[in-house]
Design a protein around this ligand. Structure first.
Ligand SMILES: C[S@@+](CC[C@H](N)C(=O)[O-])C[C@H]1O[C@@H](n2cnc3c(N)ncnc32)[C@H](O)[C@@H]1O
Length: 205
């Protein structure tokens, strides 16, 4: 989907992806101290994860190619009293130049784009992770096609352990966690299984 299509999708009062932070972002970031530290949330959309991080003290830059999403995020951050901790950059995830770099934390959540493009985005994002810093990723897993419900059904935009491992080669980041997590998704027929791919990678000091 291009940025115009995303802009159209986001052009509603409703927060499409809710204002609730993602549980895997919480799992990997809740014990990190954001005081006087910087974070990039790549493809951060309406900012549910950016705002949560900002409330925990991080200076956060949400980089997304949808200006409509970023406007909603900035308003959300203002309402939550963290405007001073939040930056927005409207840019393509494959070519962005961040305002904050290097950062102690980089988050990429549900950026479901073709495999080669995702590898470019991950490598670019990794370049900005400081020594001692972390990269956290969350995606609908390719294994969700066979074993789960919800999310995109095009395998090209669904990473798995192999594609993310390959994308991280040469970045200097050590993979600490890269695995599928079983969860549940609400469907019209009730709760169904869903498979989420999660990543925690670390740049050694
Ligand atoms: C499914 S949403 C996830 C938003 C957010 N990370 C979250 O978890 O709520 C995917 C986001 O990726 C952004 N996106 C997709 N392709 C992009 C690209 N090439 N460059 C920048 N942003 C992109 C979209 O605008 C959208 O906000």
């Amino acid at each position: 989907m291009d940025s115009n299509t995303w802009d159209q999708k986001y052009s509603t009062e409703e927060f499409i992806y809710t204002k609730v932070e993602n549980r895997f972002v919480v799992e990997f970031c809740k014990d990190l101290d954001g005081t006087n530290k910087k974070a990039i949330d790549l493809a951060g959309g309406e900012g549910r994860n950016s705002v949560w991080l900002a409330k925990r003290g991080w200076q956060v830059e949400n980089i997304d190619f949808s200006q409509v999403a970023l406007d909603k995020y900035l308003q959300f951050a203002k309402e939550e009293g963290v405007a001073e901790h939040t930056l927005a950059t409207c840019a393509d995830g494959l070519t962005f130049v961040p305002q904050l770099s290097p950062v102690e934390l980089a988050v990429i959540a549900y950026m479901q784009i073709p495999e080669k493009d995702l590898a470019v985005a991950i490598r670019r994002l990794s370049e900005h992770v400081a020594p001692g810093g972390n990269l956290v990723g969350v995606w609908h897993s390719r294994d969700n096609l066979e074993h789960g419900f919800g999310g995109p059904r095009d395998p090209q935009v669904l990473p798995n352990v192999a594609t993310i491992t390959e994308a991280l080669v040469g970045t200097g980041l050590d993979i600490e966690v890269l695995e599928n997590r079983d969860g549940q998704i609400q469907t019209k027929e009730g709760l169904k299984p869903s498979v989420t791919l999660v990543l925690l990678a670390h740049r050694p000091l």
